[in-house]
Design a protein around this ligand. Structure first.
Ligand code: MLT
Length: 330
C-alpha cells in the first residue's frame, strides 16, 4: 500500500514537472511578446544609465523587442532593487545594478529585499574604473597636494555622492578612511546631478565612473586626481592610479549585473541571457564601452552562475569593510 502511494506520488511529481517544463518552453517560444523594462537605480544620463541604454539598444536586436530603460531613483539604488524584487516574474521587468547590490546588506539595517534570495541572475555586463575628481579651481595640483589640502581643510570640503549604496559613496568613504579625514558628504539621486554640481563649483570632490567622466576629463572641465584601478587604463593613459599617487592599494572597480524577479521562468532567463551575451559582442556596444574606459566581462561572468557567485563573494568582501567603517542607515 505504502509502495503504491509512493508510486502515485512519483507519477504526480513527474507529470507536474513535465507541465512546468512544457509551460516554460512554450513561454520561451513566444517570449518576448511586448517591450521589456530595464530598471536603472540612478539618475538618467549618469554612468549606470549610460551602460543600461547602450546595452538596451544592443539587446533589442537579438530579442526582436524594444528594451525600455526606466530610472527609479532613491536610497542609493535600493528602491529600484526592491521594486524589481517585487515585480511580476513574467520576463518583462529586469534590473541593472552595480556593486550596490553587494554593499546594501551591510549599509541598510532594514533592507526590503535580499540580493541572494529574491532574484534570478541573468549575467554580468562590464567592469568600469572610477576617477577621483575635483572642481576645476580646487587649489591642489595632484593627489599628494589634494591629500594635504583635505586633511587641513576637512571641515570645509564637500564630497558629492549618489547616496548610501552608491559606488561614489563607497569610493568616497574609502578615500576618507585612507586619509583619516571626515568631510561633509552631499548625496544626489545619481552622479549625473552630482557631476553637474562639481562642474558648477557647488561641491569640491566626486568619485565617479569613467563611463560618465572621461569626456569631462578630456575637455579639462574637472580636475583629475587619479583612477581607482591597479594599473593605468587605456581610455585615460596619462592618468596616474591613486595607488601611484600615494593611496597605496586603493582599488574600486564597478561591476554591473542584470537581475530578474525570483520565479521568472528559467527559459525566459536563458533567452534574456543569450541576448545579453550577443549584445556584449556587438561592435557598437563594445566600442562605445571601450572608449568610455569600461571592459566587457569575460564569458564566464556573463552567465547566471557567474553573476550569482560574484555577488556572493562581493557581499563577503564588502560587509566587514563597511561594518568597520561604522556606516549604515536605519
Ligand atoms: C549613477 O549611475 O549615478 C552611479 O552609478 C551612482 C553611483 O555612484 O553608484
Amino acid at each position: 500500500m505504502r509502495h503504491h502511494r509512493r508510486l502515485i506520488g512519483f507519477i504526480t511529481l513527474t507529470a507536474s514537472m513535465g507541465m512546468v517544463l512544457g509551460a516554460s518552453s512554450a513561454i520561451a517560444q513566444t517570449y518576448p511578446a511586448k517591450p521589456i523594462s530595464l530598471i536603472v537605480p540612478f539618475a538618467a544620463g549618469g554612468p549606470t544609465d549610460i551602460v543600461a541604454r547602450t546595452l538596451a539598444a544592443a539587446m533589442s536586436k537579438p530579442l526582436g523587442q524594444t528594451v525600455l530603460v526606466e530610472n527609479k531613483l532613491g536610497a542609493g539604488g535600493t528602491l529600484a532593487a526592491s521594486y524589481v524584487a517585487k515585480a511580476a516574474p513574467d520576463g518583462y521587468t529586469f534590473l541593472i545594478h552595480h556593486n550596490g547590490m553587494s554593499t546594501a546588506p551591510a549599509l541598510y539595517r532594514k533592507l526590503a529585499f535580499n540580493p541572494l534570495t529574491d532574484f534570478e541572475y541573468v549575467g554580468q555586463v562590464v567592469d568600469v574604473p572610477m576617477t577621483l575628481l575635483g572642481r576645476k579651481d580646487l587649489p591642489a595640483k595632484n593627489l599628494q597636494e589634494l591629500m594635504a589640502y583635505v586633511k587641513t581643510n576637512a571641515s570645509k570640503i564637500n564630497l558629492a555622492n549618489a547616496g548610501l549604496g552608491a559606488v561614489s559613496h563607497l569610493c568616497g568613504m574609502l578615500f576618507q578612511k585612507a586619509l583619516g579625514a571626515d568631510v561633509t558628504t552631499v548625496p544626489f539621486s545619481g552622479t549625473a546631478p552630482a557631476l553637474n554640481a562639481l562642474l558648477g563649483g557647488q561641491v569640491d570632490l566626486l568619485c565617479d565612473q569613467t563611463t560618465q567622466t572621461t569626456q569631462h576629463i578630456k575637455a579639462g572641465t574637472v580636475k583629475l586626481f587619479g583612477v581607482t584601478t591597479k594599473e593605468r587604463i587605456r581610455a585615460l593613459p596619462d592618468a596616474p592610479t591613486l595607488s601611484e599617487g600615494g593611496l597605496k592599494d586603493f582599488e574600486v572597480i564597478v561591476w554591473h549585473g542584470v537581475y530578474a524577479p525570483k520565479g521568472t521562468p528559467i527559459a525566459v532567463v536563458e533567452k534574456f541571457n543569450a541576448a545579453l551575451r550577443t549584445a556584449l559582442k556587438d561592435p557598437t556596444f563594445a566600442n562605445r564601452m571601450i572608449d568610455l574606459g569600461a571592459e566587457i566581462v569575460p564569458d564566464a561572468k556573463q552567465t547566471p552562475e557567474g553573476l550569482r557567485s560574484w555577488l556572493q563573494s562581493e557581499i563577503q568582501k564588502w560587509g566587514p569593510v563597511i561594518r568597520s567603517a561604522g556606516v549604515y542607515a536605519d
